[in-house]
Design a protein around this ligand. Structure first.
Ligand code: ASP
Length: 421
């Protein structure tokens, strides 16, 4: 049956939520399964990013194609992150959810948040660490992406003697794709455990509803903003890429659900790559654009940072001039692009944005109780943006191309999620 796996995933998520509410204590005993699922995804991510980028860049047949794919990708990312921040800022300015909330709401909720500030210069230095293996071991993705791109360009330039190295990484890439295909069969059980235990934790602590009081309008506005962000990208799919929007959403659903359940766009990357294959994105484009976009295209996160900063200012009764809002706009873009696609990764770079408007970083404590829920939604939007980005870049760069190499992924039986067996 078509979409059998998709139905399994939906059923398992519903079952997880129901069990989390009905038997929270028992559900928590299955938490390790979700952790194991995320560990397996993360285990594959780094070698996959490296081998996918090397095989993509070296198969592009020259720097011209790499250059145009790179320019389109960066262009799309800037557009998407900027629009996300603009949507958030407009909604906050018009609806003013923080006005009327007493300032002591921030102070009362403030406890020293366990988040260290990030200086811009030290952030830049982390892009180029002295030891790439040590950076990879700490799951720092950005340096690995940069290193892979430079390594691949060097391979192309070296020519003949680099060919065995390229063949090696092509083989590695196929092996990792195979492992992902196997891993995808575990998706329903992984998502069952992840969602179920998250709901069980919230139910047991009985904290969520308490903290949501007074924040409801902010939460609704933020989720509306995310929805608008998804909508304009869906319009691109329909009117610019001239694809069937409904089919595109359905095909993307495995990645979106995985993003929702794992709260990590980086851990979702293996699934995103498989979905791109279903969306018929050329493999060299998908393998180059998706790791890069997953690293820098965190539009949902950028929106969150901007709306939170404005929300805090409204609570504290601080009037922000247009110039200050431009400051928020610029830093939120940088913060979104610099954040890591891991659970709550955006909270770290939020400090950059708060500094611009002189809001104490302890204000973040106000968001912590329900951040894990909002994180799921913004991760979904981040992953959605990556998929539309890859499809758009493919649309504009692959039309005139004849395939340069026979795609080795064709040999792999992907689409486990449709279970066409
Ligand atoms: N969890 C988000 C992601 O992985 C990052 C964040 O907004 O905290 O994309």
């Amino acid at each position: 049956m078509k979409n059998k796996m998709f139905i399994f995933i939906i059923l398992s998520m519903i079952l997880g939520i129901a069990c989390g509410i009905a038997f929270p204590k028992h559900m928590l005993t299955f938490q390790w399964i979700g952790t194991l699922f995320i560990n397996l995804l993360k285990l594959i991510v780094l070698p996959l990013i490296f081998s996918a980028l090397v095989s993509a860049i070296t198969s592009m047949g020259g720097m011209n194609r790499l250059g145009s794919i790179g320019v389109y990708t960066i262009g799309y990312v800037l557009l998407s992150v900027s629009l996300a921040v603009i949507i958030g800022l407009v909604l906050l300015n018009v609806l003013q959810p923080g006005v009327g909330i007493p300032a002591n709401f921030i102070l009362a909720n403030s406890s020293p948040a366990d988040i260290r500030p990030v200086e811009f210069s030290s952030f830049l230095l982390t892009l180029f660490p002295p030891n790439i293996i040590a950076a990879a071991a700490k799951f720092e993705i950005m340096p690995v992406v940069f290193f892979s791109i430079v390594f691949s360009i060097a391979c192309v330039n070296v020519g003949e003697t680099a060919k065995p190295v390229i063949a090696f990484f092509n083989g590695m890439r196929d092996i990792f794709v195979k492992m992902i295909v196997w891993l995808m069969y575990l998706t329903p059980i992984g998502l069952f455990s992840l969602l179920g235990s998250a709901i069980a934790e919230a139910a047991l602590q009985n904290r969520l509803m308490e903290s949501v009081k007074g924040m409801m309008l902010f939460i609704i506005i933020f989720i509306t903003g995310l929805f608008l962000q998804m909508l304009w990208q869906l319009a691109i799919v329909k009117f610019v890429l001239r694809r069937n929007a409904k089919e595109f959403v359905i095909a993307s659903s495995d990645a979106l659900l995985t993003a929702f359940a794992t709260s990590s766009s980086m851990a979702t990357l293996p699934v995103t790559l498989i979905v791109a294959k279903k969306e018929k994105v050329n493999d060299d484009v998908a393998r180059f654009v998706l790791p890069l976009a997953t690293t820098i295209n965190l539009a949902g996160t950028a929106m969150y940072e901007a709306v939170s900063a404005l929300f805090f200012c409204q609570i504290l009764g601080m009037h922000l001039s247009l110039l200050s809002q431009v400051g928020v706009f610029m830093t939120a873009i940088l913060a979104g692009m610099g954040a890591t696609g891991i659970p709550e990764g955006g909270l770290v770079t939020m400090i950059m944005v708060l500094r611009v408007v002189n809001v104490p970083t302890s204000a973040i404590a106000l968001l912590l109780p329900f951040d894990r829920i909002l994180d799921r939604f913004r991760t979904m939007v981040n992953v959605w943006g990556d998929l539309v980005c890859a499809t758009t870049v493919d649309h504009f760069t692959s039309k005139k191309q004849t395939p340069i190499v026979k795609n080795t992924l064709d040999n792999v039986r992907v689409l486990p999620v449709n279970n066409q067996a």
